[in-house]
Ligand binder design. Structure first.
Ligand SMILES: NC(=O)c1ccc[n+]([C@@H]2O[C@H](COP(=O)([O-])OP(=O)(O)OC[C@H]3O[C@@H](n4cnc5c(N)ncnc54)[C@H](OP(=O)(O)O)[C@@H]3O)[C@@H](O)[C@H]2O)c1
Length: 315
């Protein structure tokens, strides 16, 4: 089917990203039918006029536009919501379209698309660039993979939820782009974590280090967005550390499948695993800075100049 769809749109997954994105659609006049495993998270949307459905299947049955959006933790959750006994696939009519905004691997997107196609259903992967603030402000970017006619069908809705649609190619290209992006964004915070641990070892005050970094060549959007958390050493969840570890896992696995080694990603994953084991899984992923601190002595050893075994400079 080509062209735009009208009517009620389905939405499953009202977590930190899903709820504000669904809110953007509602605010722009799109009638919504929604479901979330934990119903309480739908409260604000229902007050704003969304209809509740008891199951993902009921969402699909109530979505007269034939469109259902999903924003779920991972591929396991998506499989359950699509293919479970009360899953979306059982409720969509032929030519229905699932737009998945979760971060999963490209081969997982292709598998979902292939299975749906056997029922005459369509699939677009449209993972999200940007975090909770961007979802709330309507400024996320979508990395999109799919059949061009399917993408055109969903584009008006993506444009209502975010600031832009980056079409990357066939199904799986959106999630591929997302993994490339997240290797850099998560990797950036990993390196920043190590830089802060090093600066602490060198006796530099954290706040001063962050402000000097922000003013110089190491300045970046990631540094700005995590600066406050890193300075206060408090990490209220914007993007859960365990989801960041899932993404870096996907980078490593996807890299291997495409015969590309990703040694930096493996090291980042190691730091995220340490942070998880230290109890930071449900905090923001920038809490990996705490794990980095535990890897290094907090202060230079007694009597040390902090220069390690560098040769002495002769007068
Ligand atoms: N947060 C970010 O900054 C950010 C940015 C870009 C992309 N993403 C990606 O977007 C996706 C959602 O992230 P989020 O931050 O919104 O995470 P979240 O707040 O943890 O939400 C996860 C959603 O998945 C649902 N879910 C998990 N397991 C399920 C299952 N087995 N069956 C049914 N529903 C299940 C959760 O339901 P409950 O509410 O019942 O737990 C919730 O609706 C993830 O793939 C993440 O990697 C996140």
């Amino acid at each position: 089917m080509t062209g735009t769809s009208s009517g009620t749109v389905g939405f499953c997954g009202l977590g930190m990203m899903g709820a504000p994105l669904a809110g953007n659609l509602l605010r722009k006049g799109v009638p919504l039918i929604v479901h979330n495993r934990t119903p309480e998270k739908a409260g604000k949307l229902l007050e704003a006029g969304a209809r509740w459905a008891e199951t993902p299947r009921a969402v699909a049955e109530g979505a007269s536009s034939g469109l259902v959006f999903t924003v779920l933790s991972d591929a396991r959750a998506l499989r359950e919501v699509l293919w479970g006994r009360h899953g979306i696939a059982r409720g969509l009519s032929p030519s229905g379209l699932v737009v998945d905004m979760s971060t999963i691997a490209p081969d997982q997107s292709r598998t979902m698309a292939g299975r749906l196609a056997t029922r005459g259903l369509h699939f677009v992967d449209a993972p999200l660039g940007g975090s909770v603030d961007a979802a709330e402000a309507g400024t996320v970017l979508f990395y999109v993979g799919g059949d061009p006619s399917d993408v055109e069908r969903v584009r008006p809705y993506l444009e209502k939820m975010g600031r832009g649609v980056e079409f990357m190619g066939p199904v799986g290209s959106g999630t591929a782009m997302k993994l490339v992006n997240n290797l850099l964004t998560i990797g950036h915070v990993a390196l920043l974590s190590e830089a802060l641990a090093l600066s602490e070892g060198l006796g530099l005050p954290r706040g001063r280090v962050l402000s000097v970094l922000s003013a110089g060549g190491a300045a970046s959007r990631m540094l700005e967005s995590k600066r406050d958390s890193l300075e206060r050493r408090e990490y209220p969840a914007r993007f859960l550390l365990r989801l960041a570890r899932k993404d870096v896992d996907l980078v490593v696995r996807t890299g291997r499948r495409s015969r590309r080694e990703t040694p930096f990603a493996r090291e980042i994953r190691r730091l995220l695993r340490e942070a998880g084991a230290q109890g930071h899984d449900l905090e923001d992923f920038s809490a990996m800075a705490e794990a980095a601190l535990r890897r290094l002595p907090a202060r230079p050893p007694e009597g040390s100049t902090g220069t390690g075994d560098l040769p002495a400079i002769s007068p």
